[in-house]
Structure formats: structure tokens, C-alpha cells
Design a protein around this ligand. Structure first.
Ligand code: SDX
Length: 443
């Protein structure tokens, strides 16, 4: 085995890989990650082989970047943020502490956390003109589409955040970060409050409140009432936000990174991430799960029928909230959320039949060969909707709650990509289209 050497950016070269094409062989360095993950660096493949590239639909076997933020092991069901197990963080940390940890790499001391909190509050004010954009949307507009549009629109009111020099400076990057963490929850509050006819709140100037508590106020505080969320509500929401905070290079995070790699600002990069998360195969699954559970309930609650439908290739029905590109074991977040759902619903005296249906689906699926063979387990979206429902959040805002949790992860990944000076993302392709032909109009 070759002596371990490291590259200029401290990657451990553990071995070499040889690719042979048309009788020619090419060697490539093999890097080993901190947890033993291994990858082949093919950056010279095209130049060495005069044009050969690789193809990997959906990037199932392709690392898009080196990262120090989140580690997950899909086989073992491990998830760590900056080395801390998510189980421990969900139990002991505040969401704002975890946000700071993900973004800046270390847990904050009291002073750092207080300053972070106050800087977010001070930068949370949303310009009144943004409300004109909200008013232009029909009331039937899906909140995810509204939020993605408003997030990009914030660039118009914060022109600094797209200037390269500004974001290149440590202060500029920090200020853009606290603006995103301050303003997006205000916009989320607007989505909910508009649907419920409550007056909009323009800032988080409720300084003495923890970040999670402030978000609950932005959602639920009614005019002239002394809103005081109960501890079980604050605890379960804090846990949900932490569990959604980052998940390495998933679809929406990869979107944020690739948009940011063109040096687009943080607001437009986050806006693109919101759009990517919206899809039902990704974060939109939490809303799809609730709709699925309701449909099963209305159809008499026959879970075995729906397990059969999920297995039937002729049937478009999928068991939403089940399966994962990386986890081939129980998603550790789903385990925590399932227990939190039980505890929260009991604490507020709610007995939701949809939770029972979800548990029956899980029980039937986990002993079914189809699911066992394909290593399909409940993922983060399977039980979260039952909690949001008990919190009084409407289903079309469940993925918005996912956005609130994922904000620090998107920010951390975007910041890392910029600080590591990653090149602009520009994949190649395998062209199978038309051969050259001369133009002859058919008009
Ligand atoms: C998230 O990547 C992340 O980290 C995402 C996320 C994060 O925190 O950012 O964890 C959040 O997006 C969680 C996933 C939420 N999506 C859903 O719950 C939607 C339902 N699940 C699937 O559509 C699917 O499992 C995916 C999209 C999650 C993963 O799809 P893959 O990896 O492309 O796998 P696949 O679709 O090729 O499925 C492999 C096999 C197929 O059967 P065969 O062709 O081998 O016979 O498993 C089957 C699929 O038909 N399958 C399912 C299924 N999921 C996969 N069959 C029935 N029901 C399902 N849910």
C-alpha cells in the first residue's frame, strides 16, 4: 500500500485507481475521508484521456465536493453535525446553538450566542414594500412558491448582499448570514398570518426570546394577546428544527452550492434551494405524507391495501416518507421524530388516528420482503407532519417548516463553498441527439 501522503489541502491520498480505456491506462489519486470514506479524484480524466468523462445519473456515486460540515453513514444510520451526534444535539442543544455550530464550525459560548441572536434580531426587519409583492399573490398560492419568490426579491432591498467584494469580506458574509436568519422567518410568519387573517409582523424585536420561541411568535401570536407557547411546543419545535438543520449534499443543498458557485448572492442561492426542496421526492414529502395518511383514513384505514399499492409497479402510488437515497437503515431523525410525536401529542391530549395509521404502515412495510430487499425505511418526512398538524400548521406549510430548519445548513454549505473557492459547477454530458444536418426551412 502506497505511503500515506496528503495533498495541498490536507486530503489523505490512501491509494491510486487505474482506469483502462482502449488499451491505455490512467492513474488517479484515491482520497480517504476522516470516517474512512474513500473517493477517486478524476479531475484529470478528460485531459489525460483526451475527452473521456464519466456519467452518473442523479450523482448516486459522485462526490460533488469536499466538506467538513455534516457526516452521515447511510448503512449505519449515523448523522453528525461538525462531529456531534444529532441525537445528542436534539436532546441538549438549542436550535440557534446548532445553527452557529453548523455555520462557524464550533459551538458558541454565551457571549457569541447572545451576539449572534441580537445581530439576527437587529437584521430581521423586512421592508414594507415587500408586502406589496405578497399582496400580488393569489390566496391560493402555495407558500413555498411565495417564499422562494420573496427570498429572491429580498436582494432588491439588500443590494449589498450580491456585491462580490461585500460578501468576500468576513463582516459582509456575516451580515448577509444574519439577515437571512432574521428575515426568512419573518416572511414565513407572513405566509401563515396572511392565510389566517392576522396582521403581519415586520421584525423579531421580541429580544428577550430564544430564536425558536421567536419563530413561534411570528407564526402564532394573535393581536393583543400575551402569546406564551407551552414548553412541550417549544421543545418539540426546537427538536424538529435541529433534526432538519443539515444533511450534507442532498438535492436542495447541492442546488444552493451550485447556484452560489456562480457567485450569485446568498438570498438567490437560498431561493433556489427552497424551490428544490419543494419537490415531493424531497422536502415536499412531509406534506405528501399527511395527504397520503388522510387518503388512507378516508378510504377506511386499510394500510395493507396501500402497502400492496406501493409495491405494484403498475400503480403510481408510492409510500411517501419511506425510502432514502443514502439511508439503507432507519433514518436516525425519523426515530427521534416518531418518539417526539408520541410525547408531544400525549402532552397536549391529542390522539390523532393518522399517527396510528402511520405506525401501522411502518409495521407492515418493515416486515415486507419488497421493503426489506430494497432497504426502505421511514425517513425524516414520515412522522414530522403529524407533529406540525398537532401544532396547528396547515399541510401546505409543512415544507416551509423544513426550510426554517434547513436554513443554517444551506448557509453553512454556501459559506464553505465560497471560503474554499470552489470552481463554478458545470457538469459535462453524454450527447445522444441529432447528427449534424443542414438547415432547410419547413415553412
Ligand atoms: C428527503 O437526500 C437527502 O438527504 C434528503 C433528505 C434531507 O434531509 O435533505 O433526507 C430529505 O428528501 C427525504 C426523502 C423524502 N422523499 C420521500 O419520502 C418520497 C418517497 N421516497 C422515494 O421516492 C425515494 O425513496 C427517494 C426519492 C427518497 C429515493 O429515491 P432513489 O434513491 O432514487 O431510489 P429509487 O427511486 O430508485 O428506488 C429504488 C427502489 C425502486 O424499486 P425497483 O425499481 O428497484 O423495483 O425502491 C423503490 C423504487 O420503486 N422505492 C419505493 C419507494 N422508494 C423507493 N417503492 C415504494 N415506495 C417508496 N417510497
Amino acid at each position: 500500500m502506497q505511503k500515506l501522503k496528503t495533498t495541498s489541502n490536507n486530503l489523505i491520498v490512501s491509494d491510486k485507481a487505474t482506469i483502462s480505456i482502449d488499451g491505455e491506462s490512467y492513474d488517479f489519486p484515491v482520497y480517504k475521508g476522516i470516517e474512512g470514506d474513500v473517493c477517486i479524484d478524476i479531475k484529470n480524466l478528460r485531459s489525460l484521456s483526451e475527452g473521456v468523462t464519466t456519467i452518473d445519473r442523479g450523482f448516486k456515486n459522485t462526490a460533488s465536493c469536499e466538506s467538513k460540515i455534516t457526516y452521515l453513514d447511510g448503512e449505519k444510520g449515523i448523522l453528525r453535525y461538525r462531529g456531534y451526534d444529532v441525537e445528542e444535539l436534539a436532546k441538549k442543544a438549542s436550535f440557534l446553538e446548532v445553527a452557529y455550530l453548523l455555520i462557524f464550525g464550533e459551538l458558541p459560548g454565551k457571549e457569541e450566542l447572545d451576539k449572534f441572536h441580537d445581530d439576527i434580531v437587529d437584521n430581521s426587519i423586512v421592508n414594507d414594500d415587500v408586502k406589496k409583492i405578497v399582496d400580488a399573490f393569489p390566496s391560493s398560492a402555495h407558500p413555498m412558491g411565495v417564499l422562494s419568490s420573496l427570498t429572491s426579491a429580498l436582494t432588491a432591498f439588500n443590494p449589498n448582499d450580491v456585491s462580490l467584494d461585500y460578501v468576500r469580506s468576513k463582516e459582509g458574509m456575516y451580515e448577509t448570514i444574519v439577515k437571512v436568519l432574521g428575515k426568512i422567518p419573518i416572511l414565513v410568519g407572513w405566509s401563515y398570518r396572511k392565510q389566517n387573517g392576522f396582521p403581519l409582523q415586520y421584525s423579531m424585536k421580541i429580544r428577550n426570546l430564544d430564536y425558536t420561541d421567536m419563530i413561534l411568535h411570528l407564526l402564532f401570536k394573535k393581536p393583543n394577546d400575551e402569546y406564551r407557547p407551552e414548553k412541550p411546543l417549544i421543545d418539540v419545535f426546537n427538536k424538529l428544527l435541529i433534526l432538519h438543520a443539515d444533511h450534507e449534499q442532498n438535492c436542495s443543498t447541492s442546488t444552493v452550492r451550485i447556484v452560489g458557485s456562480s457567485h450569485a448572492g446568498l438570498f438567490p442561492s437560498i431561493s433556489a434551494g427552497i424551490s428544490a426542496l419543494w419537490g415531493p421526492l424531497h422536502g415536499g414529502a412531509n406534506q405528501a405524507v399527511l395527504e397520503m395518511l388522510k387518503a388512507i383514513q378516508e378510504d377506511g384505514g386499510n394500510t395493507k391495501k396501500y402497502i400492496r399499492k406501493a409495491k405494484d409497479k403498475e400503480d403510481p402510488f408510492r409510500l411517501m416518507g419511506f425510502g432514502h437515497r443514502v439511508y439503507k437503515n432507519y433514518d436516525p431523525r425519523a426515530k427521534i421524530i416518531k418518539a417526539a410525536a408520541d410525547k408531544f401529542l400525549k402532552s397536549i391530549g391529542v390522539d390523532d388516528p393518522l399517527l396510528q395509521i402511520a405506525k401501522e404502515l411502518e409495521e407492515n412495510a418493515l416486515k415486507d420482503k419488497y421493503f426489506i430487499d430494497r432497504k426502505l425505511f421511514p425517513n425524516v418526512d414520515f412522522y414530522s407532519g403529524v407533529i406540525y398538524r398537532a401544532m396547528g400548521i396547515p399541510p401546505n406549510m409543512y415544507t416551509i417548516m423544513f426550510v426554517l430548519g434547513r436554513l443554517p445548513g444551506w448557509i453553512a454549505q454556501w459559506r464553505e463553498m465560497r471560503l474554499m473557492k470552489e470552481p463554478i459547477g458545470r457538469p459535462r454530458q453524454l450527447f445522444t441527439g441529432s447528427a449534424p444536418r443542414k438547415f432547410k426551412s419547413k415553412k
